[in-house]
Design a binder for this molecule. Structure first.
Ligand SMILES: [Zn+2]
Length: 272
């Protein structure tokens, strides 16, 4: 299902000779026909994958055993299960797969947008804003940044709104701009792309279903981002460089951006 969504987002002019691609994208005029063709404005849109959404890699792992729940001496508590399920739900995309949802292939985030240009098939070029991912490795924050969105419903240029979007990586967009001051200019932009999505519902019923699936043997895990002391600076946010006859020079730590803490990805596997 997710693959299909990405394909729709990336629906490009597969055959340059075809007038219309499978997704209704008008293809570029065939080259070398006659010069007259050049007078026609080339309004074809080609979106191709440039860089896949990077997925965070777990640096540590642990197990959450349901049978140890709320027993003295174990970390498995109702509160911890709820915390992990909330994160699990935010990392799943509701779709038409047999289980009803799939693991999101990219960071799921909130995207605020103002639509700048309609690219066809519910795809839009937008001025957008979104927060950085927990690890900041997988997705840097956007603020008044151009992005490409695949929306669930038709919309029009000028619309503003907010979606839950799954980062689909960076795409390369070839198009003819229709917004000032670039009207009529044929451009290639490389931008982050987001697919509007619905995440799993964080509800008591959802949690119950989640527990049942683990007890039935489902292979389930969740990624969490935990704060740990920065190894490079020992949690101080800076390192010292000895100076001859003077006080040590403080050097800001770049690994943790002076905070003394770094985000570490942990994978928790659930077992009955
Ligand atoms: Zn540091």
């Amino acid at each position: 299902m997710i693959k299909r969504l990405l394909l729709v987002l990336l629906a490009s002019a597969v055959s340059a000779s075809a007038q219309t691609s499978a997704f209704g994208v008008k293809a570029a005029p065939t080259k070398g026909v006659v010069k007259v063709v050049e007078e026609e404005a080339d309004d074809s849109v080609v979106i191709s994958s440039f860089r896949a959404a990077p997925s965070p890699t777990a640096k540590s792992s642990r197990t959450f055993q349901l049978s140890k729940m709320n027993k003295v001496g174990f970390a498995e508590t109702t509160k911890e299960l709820q915390r992990l399920f909330t994160l699990f739900a935010s990392q799943r995309i509701v779709d038409g797969s047999p289980g009803g949802s799939s693991k999101a292939t990219g960071q799921v985030t909130t995207v605020n947008y103002a639509l700048l240009q309609d690219l066809g098939d519910n795809r839009f070029l937008a001025k957008a804003a979104w927060p950085a991912s927990d690890s900041n490795e997988t997705l840097a924050a956007g603020a008044d940044t151009m992005a490409i969105l695949l929306l669930e419903k038709p919309a029009k240029v000028g619309d503003t709104g907010k979606i839950t979007g799954m980062h689909a990586g960076t795409v390369s967009l070839l198009f003819t701009a229709t917004y000032p001051p670039l009207v009529g200019k044929r451009l290639t932009l490389r931008r982050e792309a987001f697919v509007e999505c619905v995440t799993l519902e964080d509800s008591p019923a959802g949690l119950q279903k989640f527990v049942e699936s683990i007890n039935a043997g489902a292979d389930v895990s969740v990624l969490t981002f935990e704060q740990a002391a920065c190894k490079k600076c020992g949690g101080f946010g800076f390192t010292r460089e000895p100076q001859k006859g003077q006080l040590d020079k403080r050097i800001d730590c770049v690994d943790c951006a002076k905070t003394g803490k770094v985000s570490v990805v942990n994978e928790t596997k659930f077992v009955p």
